[in-house]
Write a protein that binds this ligand. Sequence first.
Ligand SMILES: [Zn+2]
Length: 105
Amino acid sequence: MSQHIDLAEDESDNYWNQISKEDQQYLVGPKNWPNPCPWCGGRLQHSSDCVQMQAPWAPTMPFGKYKGKSVGEVPVSYLNWVTRKQAGDDAFRKELKLWQKRKGK
Ligand SMILES: [Zn+2]
């Protein structure tokens, strides 16, 4: 036996309002957005706990004026410059790329 269920307009709005703004954007936005984070489930934004938890995994700058600092503390514009100029060794840039991917940047 199948039953046809009509959702009242206000009821479906109610479901819509129960999901996060980010997921609403995900549902109506382009479909090539990042997968949910395995730690916090965020797609575009991580919870602040998640960001802190992931910080220890960030690679350390091996050169330049931010040498010895976690890349999480380095301005994004500087990291972009590193990528653009292919600065440093391949291994570091590979790690940097992975870290940026994990952060969804
Ligand atoms: Zn996360």
